[in-house]
Write a protein that binds this ligand. Structure first.
Ligand code: SF4
Length: 243
């Protein structure tokens, strides 16, 4: 496990690593850059750099965390990547099912495979399932997420690359928005963010504004309307969660 600097989680847990690009949000994939860096540093887990790999030896880790954690699953991969065996995905879910004191946040761009596998998976309340929605060309992912039985469903609109004026937020509990950072970030317009925030308010959906991004994301900060937005689904008790 690794303590995470991502604002909406506490730890990352990567039972799989590696991926392949899937949609425009992947262009400057942070996981790819980091995997190559870790490979160059000789880190064993990344000896195959960004190739998709499963790590069965990571499956016991959540059992070792004494205090309850909020865990981002697979920050360095996409759990529903076509090269990750279905059996391994089931094993990852079994670990999450057996560790109800931890909240597990899974984020995928492979909404098709998520929906296909969803009926076989056990959706305990501590599993928060999200899809990435970077622009309107991938808005269909929201419908696929909605059709799963995940108790908490969320959208990550990061990097936000275009307006999303017609989000169907029915059954969605949480929306994260953020701009792209790095050396060649694609711009995010304030109007796009404000519009998503308005849609969340209208539908009673929690809204988290992560960052403006840009070349100097620290300087750009994360204020919107002069304030921060850090709403998250409420964790009622460790072991059960509700929006
Ligand atoms: S799906 Fe995620 S991990 Fe995979 S290439 Fe795209 S941004 Fe990177």
């Amino acid at each position: 496990m690794t303590a995470s600097s991502i604002e909406w989680t506490e730890l990352t847990w990567n039972p799989t690593t590696g991926c392949t690009k899937y949609s425009s949000g992947c262009k400057y994939c942070y996981a790819e850059i980091m995997s190559k860096r870790l490979n160059a540093m000789g880190v064993e887990k990344y000896k195959d750099a960004f190739q998709v790999r499963i790590h069965p030896n990571q499956l016991l880790l959540p059992y070792t965390w004494k205090s309850p954690k909020i865990v981002f699953v697979n920050s360095m991969s996409d759990l529903f990547h076509e090269e990750v065996p279905a059996d391994f995905i089931m094993q990852v879910f079994a670990v999450m099912n057996k560790n109800p004191k931890h909240v597990f946040q899974i984020l995928t761009k492979r909404a098709e495979r998520l929906l296909k596998m969803a009926p076989e998976l056990k959706w305990t309340e501590n599993i928060w399932m999200g899809v990435s929605v970077e622009d309107s060309s991938v808005i269909h992912r929201v419908d696929k997420l909605r059709d799963t039985r995940a108790h908490i469903k969320f959208l990550s609109c990061e990097p936000l690359l275009g307006p999303l004026p017609a989000l169907n937020l029915q059954g969605i509990h949480w929306v994260i928005v953020g701009g792209e950072s790095g050396s060649r970030p694609r711009p995010m317009k304030e109007d796009w963010v404000l519009d998503i925030h308005k849609q969340c308010e209208e539908h009673g959906v929690k809204f988290f504004f992560k960052q403006w991004g840009g070349r100097n994301k620290k300087a750009a900060g994360r204020l919107l309307n002069g304030r921060t937005y850090d709403d998250m689904p409420v964790i009622l008790a460790r072991g059960s969660a509700a929006a």
